[in-house]
Design a protein around this ligand. Sequence first.
Ligand SMILES: Nc1ncnc2c1ncn2[C@@H]1O[C@H](COP(=O)(O)OP(=O)(O)OP(=O)(O)O)[C@@H](O)[C@H]1O
Length: 256
Amino acid sequence: MTPLLEVVGASRRGGTRDIVSDVSVGLRPGEMLGLVGPNGSGKSTLLNLMAGLLPPSRGEVRLEGRPLARLRRRQIAQRLAFVAQSAETEDRISVREAVEMGRTPWLEPLRSWSPRDDAAVTAALQAVDMAHMAGRDWSSLSGGERQRVHIARAHAQQPRILLLDEPTNHLDIHHQLGILDLIAGLGATTVIALHDLHHALRCDRVLVMQAGRCVALGPPAAVLTPALIREIFGVEAEIVPHPGEGHPLFAFRKIR
Ligand SMILES: Nc1ncnc2c1ncn2[C@@H]1O[C@H](COP(=O)(O)OP(=O)(O)OP(=O)(O)O)[C@@H](O)[C@H]1O
């Protein structure tokens, strides 16, 4: 079966070196794929390649079997939403208007704004616990509130594929867990760059990046071993069972 999104031997040059180097991965329907790796290992660049925002220098990214390079932005946006790490807007807009932007790919000259669009926006605001701030000026929001609005905008877009670059950044622990539950509950095929390895344990598969290369890909329990964590992140990790019901926990220690 043709993967929804497939990265085929993709590299991306930055300056004099490859910042993503020969990465191949096909997304399975409905899966949540976690991207982990040290700072500067190429996670954001890979997400930008997957979103079609950067063209690969070599290789290809295919959406439903078709090279992204041959699709129009609107065709891509009807299938794929991207929540970038620090998406900003200069415009003076309300929170609701920011989320309404998620409907843009679905509007056409002959299909103007409808109650269906309103319903999608309202549902998205409620899902991220921001409905009570719908009328607020976007620029007045805190970092975490903005992050939730960006996720609501992507939610309102109703994509089959959701790409998220460290979506739990800026969020308090309540909203970190809430957003991860929300993302998992959306049923979209998801790629999510994460720094918290505990969050990565919730993914179906994990892709580990190091210096632009994919060095491991598979179920988190098989991939995130103490040996790999030591090699990639340079820390000791001991895996301890959760005291209640839940994923195991990592106990980290710096290598002296
Ligand atoms: N346009 C560019 N030209 C040159 N180097 C670049 C360019 N864009 C990114 N880089 C470099 O490529 C590397 C990968 O960057 P990227 O942002 O993809 O990493 P990351 O894994 O997402 O990092 P972080 O965890 O810190 O967010 C970094 O060393 C970065 O400095």
